[in-house]
Design a protein around this ligand. Sequence first.
Ligand code: NAD
Length: 440
Amino acid sequence: MKMKVVVIGTGHVGLVTCASMAAIGHDVVGVDADREKIEALHAGAMPFHEPSLAELVHEQTGARRLVFTGDAESATRAADVVFICVGTPPKSNGEANLIFVEEAARAVARHAEGRTLIVEKSTVPAGTAARMHRAIRLERGPDPELEVASNPEFLREGLAVADAMEPERILVGAEAPWAFEMLRELYDPLVRAGSRLIETDIATAELAKHACNAFLALKISYANALARVCERAGADVVAVAEVMGADPRIGRAFLDAGLGFGGSCFPKDLQAFGHLATALGYDFPLLREIERLNVEAVDAVLDKVREGLWNLHGKRIALLGLAFKPGTDDIRSSPPLELARRLMEEGARVVGYDPQAMANAKEELPDLGLAQDAYDALEGAHCAILATDWPEFADLDLGRMRGVMAAPLVVDGRNQFDPAVMAEAGFAYYPTGRTPVHPR
Ligand code: NAD
């Protein structure tokens, strides 16, 4: 059945939610407090890079199933379901800052008319829906027609449209039977197409999202710790990951050693989950260790650059990749940018190139040099660092690369290149968790 859906927050999660909800037949209003963002969306511009999203948004706005507004009040009045997709950034102590969630929930409480389900899609600590419920009650008094549910988002930036249109699982946590019923109806087209709907209580749904992100981060940090041991033992971490991944109990995904994880989710969610556990009286040091290993992953790449270059002062370094992962222009907690910052602190001249993230990177790091393309970044470089595994970097012409560089030194923070091929091409090559090679 067609429903009236409002999405508060049209960022990475909210905009994808708007487009996918409209695509499965609902009438959707996207609301954002950022006027410029709404104006840009009215003009058909996307506030960030996400493959296929512009096409889907244009299709749905063209069909009048999706509109955008800055006016939460009128949008909310007619809604059946209101998704809260606002940011939940970390406070300085790691705790999730839930002020935007509270503001959005209170606004809905003030304006909703008739039966309305508020659905938290933002990643929040367990117990947040209960707090929202209390805030709502303070705002408008007890009202059995206004309920809160949890529906954590599992999309991956760079693959967000596919993830939203064909999710492996849809997790809904609710209390009132009518809330479950509404969520089943809302997602019915996706479930009929094969997605698995998992229903739990609200705290379980909230906690499951943190549990998933912490576990994925754990796999990456585990691979990075393995890389440190492999480097010392003369073993090959890529081959070790293949062996591990052949065991279905382990799985191959997220076992790629490299520069570590970043983005707007894993770093902050690890901290928020640890903070929640501590607040609940349980110390969870494993979560802190995952973070420590992630910092160490950047240190390890820096050590290789120092090993190859000796002193960094005055050396030109080409940084290939600035986004925290390929497929996005997102630079939030990006390991490549952390690396750039530290190289510049040691006096290196860093010239970066990224297919999508240059404008965002420049805003974050104004002293970073920017190049037109990868070869432009490599021109005159004493060292190249592969920092984000955009597929186009794997296709670089190694002869041309070597020709434009001042010295043939490559540090591979994502194991994009084949060591034997790099040696053949005349590079000194430092991969991650594998034996370095030197030109033949
Ligand atoms: P974002 O910063 O891209 O977008 C948040 C948006 O909310 C912004 O456009 C902001 O202007 C708007 N906003 C804030 N307060 C508002 C208010 N009161 N009313 C209307 N709009 C308001 O954030 P994001 O990356 O989309 O993340 C949102 C949430 O989803 C976070 O909790 C995040 O952890 C979670 N999440 C993110 C991803 C991801 O890949 N980015 C994946 C899964 C879950």
